[in-house]
Design a protein around this ligand. Structure first.
Ligand SMILES: NC(=O)c1ccc[n+]([C@@H]2O[C@H](COP(=O)([O-])OP(=O)(O)OC[C@H]3O[C@@H](n4cnc5c(N)ncnc54)[C@H](O)[C@@H]3O)[C@@H](O)[C@H]2O)c1
Length: 433
């Protein structure tokens, strides 16, 4: 099929590239000129395992094209995907200006009948609003194209985005009419996972409800962890035992320094806001947010417990990205922790395998190191904030040798407390006995 993807970020670039790899012709459109120029030259703007090779191959084979001109992208397109950002606005609600701008652009520039698929995470009712915006634009230029709006929320995870796209647990397609929904479903034919066709609003709600539920699991296990510390139980054992129950499952039961990232914080907040607008107080989610904030602050408290004071001390930080296998720093726990350390008078030596360039811009006062050992060198305390595999396999004996004092705060519970203590570290995990 001929596809247009509007917004070439983490979701848009992966979506466009994977659809091209499945044999479609895809034009990716973004307003960010340097990004598009870079992509044309094979420069990938994000760190995502496997993406570079896939983009280059499909671009070379001319199935994947990049442009800043929406008109060019929509020419001949049968389906256009909206994959622009929906960040949090000041009040916690989703900022919909980019989605609205994309919808206006579609109405102004589409040159034939079109199915518009919303992949951006948007509040319930946005699909209808997008349809309204497009139809107003079409009317104002006297165009008679038939445009249907479909919601197809994205569930990929950064760090394993290509795998997730190609192996979805489910594809959710929401639409008023069956025909465009079936057409969109055709694109996913051959991929595993169930395709669920539903109404527009339910599809929009499925995305928010899914993210909110996963965030709830994280905050729940974090509260269990905090209690484990008080009753001398080990949350890793507790989570394992809980996860063996098929009704519960082990995913998202890793206690730690709290969730961050480009989705959970903004989507939980947006759902609370949607509820408020409807006169409903979403009490669970308000608690989920509060627990998460406290959990992030808890990292500083743990460091203080081991180190005593911050003033004049050096803290090595391992991991800046909000999770492993990405360079994404949006709402990363490291932003709060590093800023807090600096504010309290500590020096920070930090390392991340992929996110250092972004971190340099966001946290310029920290010192950035080439590797984990570099971050530990001369540090009074080492704190782990991202669960990168290379940190799990760190030679802690060598790390200890370069540190001033062997204090370790494990914000992701990567290490076995007994082994680490045996090496001579004072160790603080989250919820470990
Ligand atoms: N990142 C994820 O893991 C993830 C997962 C599932 C769903 N989502 C949702 O997908 C959407 C996109 O997220 P993302 O992380 O890819 O965002 P992003 O910020 O990485 O990318 C958005 C892109 O859209 C471009 N853009 C903005 N307005 C535009 C316009 N009018 N025309 C063309 N391009 C425009 C921006 O320049 C940017 O490149 C969001 O709603 C997000 O909640 C994200």
């Amino acid at each position: 099929m001929e596809l247009c993807v509007i917004g070439v970020g983490y979701v848009g670039l992966v979506t466009g590239t994977c659809f091209a790899d499945l044999g479609n012709r895809v034009v990716c459109v973004d307003t960010d000129k340097p990004k598009i120029e870079g992509l044309k030259k094979g420069r990938i703007p994000i760190y995502e395992p496997g993406l570079e090779e896939l983009v280059r191959r499909n671009h070379k084979d001319k199935r994947l094209v990049f442009t800043t001109e929406l008109k060019e992208g929509l020419k001949g397109a049968q389906i256009a995907f909206i994959a622009v950002g929906t960040p949090s606005a000041a009040g916690g609600e989703a900022n919909l200006e980019y989605v609205k701008a994309a919808a206006r652009g579609i109405g102004r520039h589409c040159s034939g009948d079109l199915i518009v698929v919303d992949k951006s995470t948007v509040p319930v009712g946005m699909g209808d609003m997008v349809a309204g915006i497009i139809s107003d634009e079409l009317e104002s230029r006297g165009a008679k194209h038939a445009v249907s709006v479909v919601s197809c929320p994205e569930f990929l995870r950064e760090g394993s985005a290509i795998h997730d796209f190609m192996n979805p647990d489910r594809v959710v397609i929401g639409c008023r009419d069956r025909r465009p929904a079936d057409k969109v479903a055709e694109l996913f034919k051959g991929l595993p996972g169930k395709t669920m066709i539903t109404d527009l609003r339910s599809a929009e709600m499925i995305k928010y409800a899914s993210n909110a539920f996963l965030a709830t699991k994280i905050s729940f296990i974090n509260e269990i962890a905090n209690l484990c510390e008080r009753v001398d139980a080990d949350v890793a054992q507790v989570a394992e035992g809980m996860g063996l129950d098929g009704r519960i499952g082990s995913a998202f039961l890793n206690a730690g320094a709290g969730y961050g990232g480009s989705c959970f914080p903004k989507d939980v907040s947006a759902l609370v806001h949607i509820a408020e607008k409807e006169g409903y107080e979403f009490r669970i989610l308000k608690s989920v947010m509060a627990v998460n904030e406290a959990q992030k602050r808890g990292v500083l408290a743990r460091i203080k417990r081991l180190m005593g004071t911050f003033e004049g001390k050096t803290v090595g930080v391992l991991g800046l990205a909000f999770k492993a296998n990405t360079d994404d720093m949006r709402e990363a726990v490291s932003l709060d922790v590093v800023a807090g350390l600096l504010e309290k008078g500590a020096r920070v030596r930090a390392f991340d395998p992929a996110a250092t360039e972004h971190a340099r811009r966001m946290l310029p006062q920290a010192q950035y190191c080439e590797d984990a050992i570099g971050a530990a060198r001369g540090a009074h305390c080492l704190v782990v904030l991202t669960e990168w595999n290379e940190f799990k396999e760190l030679n802690l004996a060598a790390v200890k040798k370069v540190m001033k004092t062997p204090l370790l705060v494990d914000g992701r519970n990567l290490y076995d407390p007994a082994k680490v203590k045996k090496l001579g570290f004072s160790y603080q995990g989250v919820g470990r006995s």
